[in-house]
Write a protein that binds this ligand. Sequence first.
Ligand code: NAP
Length: 645
Amino acid sequence: MADASLDIEEILKDAHLPALLTALVHMTGDAGWLRSEWTPVYNPLSRGDTGIPDEEQARIRKLAAEAIRAHLDGKPLAMPGPDVATLRRQMDFVAGAPIPEQYVDFLLDELTLNGRSSKDPQFEQPALKAAARKLKVLVVGAGMSGLLTGIRLTQAGVPFEIVDKNADVGGTWFENTYPGCRVDNSNHMYSYSFEPNHFWPQHFSPQPVLLEYFRGIAAKYDLKKHIRFETLVETLAWDEGRSVWRATLKGKDGKTEVVEATAVVTAVGQLNRPRYPEIDGLGSFEGPAFHSAEWRHDVDLKGKRVGVIGTGASAYQFVPEIAPDVASLTVFQRSPPWGLPVPHYHEDVPEGMKWTLEHVPYFDKWYRFWLFWMTTEGFLPMVKSDPNWNGGPDAVGPENAMLREMATQSLQAQIADRPDLAGKVIPQYPIGGKRSVLDNGVWLAALKRPNVSLVTDKTVRITPKGVVTADGTEHEFDVLIYGTGFQASNFLSFLKIKGRGGQDLHESWGGDARAYLGMTHPGFPNLFTIYGPNTNIVVNGSIIFFSECSVRYIVGCLKLLAETGAVALEPKQAVYDDFNRRVDEANAGWAWGAPNVSSWYKNSFGRVSQNWPFGLIDYWKATLAPNPDDFVLARAPEPVSQASS
Ligand code: NAP
C-alpha cells in the first residue's frame, strides 16, 4: 500500500524519464508511452535528455504517478513479460535510436528482464553436479572478479578457495584509499548485473561506498568462509601425473603451505602493483614519499610543500582534494590527460531517483540498459583510426578530430583566464590514446589555484630535498607523492607459474603477455586469468561486464571438463596464435594503438597488451561458452594394471 502522503509526482521529477516511460509499459500494458517524439537524444554524453516540453513532462509524471500508486496499492503489472515486438520497441525507445539487429540478443541478455541470464551457471543435470563436486578451484584475489568467481562457483556447486594478499575483500577498492578516489563508470552500471544497488549515493560513488558494496556482496553470498586473507600465492606448479595445480601459499607469519587444486583462476586485475618512475635517486627523498595506491593517511599534508609526479586518472582525482589544504603543490606532468565533460561527476543521486529505482518495477533495469547502451558503442567510432586520415598526428580520424575539438573547447573555456596554461593542459596526442578522465572542472580549477604550479619540464632526479627537473631547478618538498600508475603489462609478476613440462609462464611470454580471450594459455592446463592480457576497455562499457563474461566462460570450461570426463584443458597453440594475430591487427586500428601514443596499454615492445580491440558484443559472443574445438582435452592416465604374473 502506497503511503498516502507520498507526493509521487514530485518524486518523479528526479527520475530518468526515458527509463520511466519504458517501465510504465510493464505497469500499464500500454506501449503508447513510447512515443517517437518523446525519444531521448542518442548521445553518450547526454543524461537522457528528451526535449519533451515541461508541461508535457508534468502531464507524463501525473499519469505515471497514478499508475505507480495503483501498482503500489496492489494492482498487478499488466505486462511483466512483453512480447518480442514490444520489447524491441522499448529497447529502441530507451536507446534513442533503432538498435541494430545483431545487438538484440546480447542486450536482452544484459537486460535480464526475467532475472535470468546466460551468465548463470548451467549445471542442472545430476551427473554434472556430481562431477562439479569433484573439482576444486583455487581463486587468487578477492576483489570484484574473485568474489564474482566465488558466487558463480557456489551456484555451480564447485568447491573453491579464495586467497587474497589483503586483509579484506575489495581488491582495488580496498587498496586505493587516496583522497577523492571514486569510480569513473556510472555506478548503476558499475555493479554486478545481478546485484543492483538502488541506493548509490552518487552517480560515481567514492571508494568507501564501493568497498562497502563488495563487503556486502561477500556477506550476502557467505563468501568469507572460503577466503584466506593476508596470504600470498607465490608459486603454481602443474603436476602432470595427477592433473592438479600445486600452489605455495605464504601467510602473514611467513609460513608456507602447499595446497592443491584442479583449476586455478587468477582474479588480480591489471592495476595492482604500483609503478615508480625509473628515475635517478628514487628512494633518496628524506621526507615521506608514497604512491597513490599506498596512501599514507598518517602523513598530514596540511600546510606542507607537496610534490606530485604524474597526471593520470589517480592524480586527477586526488590533486583537487589535497590542493586546498597544502601550503604549495607542484604537479609534474609528462603528458596531460584528456577530459570528457561530465558535469554530474561529483553529484549526488537525487532522492527521487533512488525512490524510483527501488519502487518502480523494471525502472532499474531500463536505466541500466540505457547507461549500458550509451557506452556499448557510444564512443568507439570516435576513437577509431581511419587509414586514410591525413589530418595530422593529434587525431586518428575525422570523428576523433571532432571529439578532440569538443574536448579542447571545453578545456579552453576553463582556462580562458589563464592563457599560460593552454600550451600545457591541452594534449597533443589523439583523444582515446590513453584513458580519458571525467571532467567536471575541478582538475583545472585546482591547477589554477595560487598555491599550485604545473611543471612540464622533465623530471630527471629525485634528491633528499625534492625533484630536479631538466632545466636544473631543484624543487624542494616536505612530501612527495607518486601518481605514476601501475605495472600493468607485467601480468602476474608476483607469481611463478610452471606449467606442463615445467615451462615457465613468464619465460614463455618473454615480457609480452598474451592469452586466448584473455583467459587461457597453451601449456598451462586449467589455468584461467580474469582481466588478463587484452581484456581491458578504454572508452566503452564497464570492466564488471568483462569479468561477468569471463567467469561465465571459465565456469563453462569447468562444465566441459565435467561433461567430457577430461581432467584438463588448454587452448590449441594455433587457436591462441590466430587470436593474438587478430588482436594485434585490430588494436592498430584504434587511437590507443597509434604509434605516437605511449601509455600503460602498451608493453615494453610497444605492443598493446592490455586492450580488447573489438566491441563488447564480440567479447560477449566469444565467451558465451567454450568451443571444445579450441582446446586440447586431456584424459586421466589409465590406471597401471596390477595383473599378477
Ligand atoms: P596512469 O594513468 O598510468 O598515470 C601515471 C601518470 O604518471 C601519467 O600521467 C604518466 O605520464 C606519469 N608518469 C609516469 N612516469 C613519470 C615520470 N617519470 N615523470 C613524470 N610523469 C610520469 O596511472 P593512474 O593514474 O594510477 O591510473 C591507472 C589506471 O587506473 C587508469 O588508466 C584507470 O584505468 C585506472 N584508474 C581508475 C580510476 C577510477 O575508476 N576512478 C581511478 C584511478 C585509476 P604519461 O601519461 O606521460 O605516461
